[in-house]
Design a protein around this ligand. Structure first.
Ligand code: NDP
Length: 257
């Protein structure tokens, strides 16, 4: 097992990619705090149409320990409580995965300034909040790891004026943080997923989904477990000398751009 007894937080862990990460962590023997606004998993229109059981129940079926902590990652005091409860419950913190994210469709002429604030508030400010509050605990671990879930849209336009810039900022934030916290023995990296089959895709039309598949070099979309395996690698001892990096896990989507 690659993560035996490691103590992890996965934000947005009730659904989609975060759930996939939590389940791969469970297979590797980790202890997992699922931090999300609600425990019930999202069911999508196109993908994840039949998911029902909470992530912690699935984690336990795999023989691992898990707790659910109801938290809005955009709220500093709720994140403070979630980290504190994780440390009290499991005895420390080794790995933080900032995965929670939202997307509000529309261009600069459609979305409101409040929408922009909301997307950046969760996808960028929320990532900073959990990162900052976790560092004092990660410092005390011999295996301190921070993994941020960015996006292939970090490298180009097309996903709106809030989502893509927030994801691009994450890619730069990991470089900045790597310089600061490397000496503390903490690594920090990002993963940039391509199209992953989750409920976040509900706003797309079937034609847009077909186009996305045509732009993906491999003959299928990604699944939450594809990102989960990449996160396991970055969290494991195998990646102890990897920091400040952003890894595309996109089925070759960005290869054609
Ligand atoms: P989903 O919408 O399927 O799941 C996101 C989860 O995050 C949900 O459980 C959601 O809770 C939770 N969440 C949203 N906002 C908050 C918040 N403020 N506090 C706590 N939890 C929150 O999305 P994905 O799994 O697809 O996306 C996960 C991450 O991956 C995001 O950062 C996304 O930007 C990124 N990503 C996804 C890609 C994809 O193709 N799917 C591609 C590239 C990046 P609730 O159910 O209450 O809304």
């Amino acid at each position: 097992m690659l993560l035996k007894d490691r103590i992890c937080i996965v934000t947005g862990g009730s659904s989609g990619i975060g759930r996939g990460i939590a389940l791969e962590f469970a297979r590797e023997g980790a202890r997992i705090a699922v931090v999300d606004k609600r425990e019930t998993p999202l069911r999508g229109k196109y993908h994840e149409t039949d998911v029902t059981t909470p992530t912690v129940a699935e984690v336990e079926k795999l023989g691992a320990q898990g707790i659910f902590l109801q938290t809005d990652v955009a709220d500093e005091s709720q994140v403070t409580d979630a980290i504190q409860q994780t440390v009290e419950c499991f005895g420390g913190l080794d790995i933080l995965v900032n995965n929670a994210g939202i997307h509000i469709p529309g261009g600069a002429q459609e979305i409101s300034i409040a929408d922009w604030d909301q997307v950046v508030g969760v996808n960028l400010r929320g990532v900073f909040i959990a990162t900052k509050l976790a560092i004092p605990h990660l410092k005390q671990s011999n295996f301190g790891r921070i993994i941020q879930i960015a996006s292939v849209h970090a490298y180009g336009g097309g996903a709106g004026p809030a989502y893509a810039p927030a994801k691009a900022a994450i890619v730069n934030m990991v470089r900045d943080l790597a310089l600061e916290i490397g000496q503390l023995g903490i690594t920090v990296n990002a993963i940039c997923p391509g199209y992953i089959e989750t409920a976040i895709q509900d706003y797309l039309t079937p034609e847009q989904i077909e186009e996305a598949l045509e732009k993906t070099a491999l003959p299928r979309f990604g699944l939450p477990r594809d990102i989960g395996r990449a996160v396991v690698f970055l969290a494991s001892d195998d990646a102890e000398w990897v920091t400040g990096a952003s890894l595309l896990v996109d089925g070759g989507f960005a290869a054609g751009v």
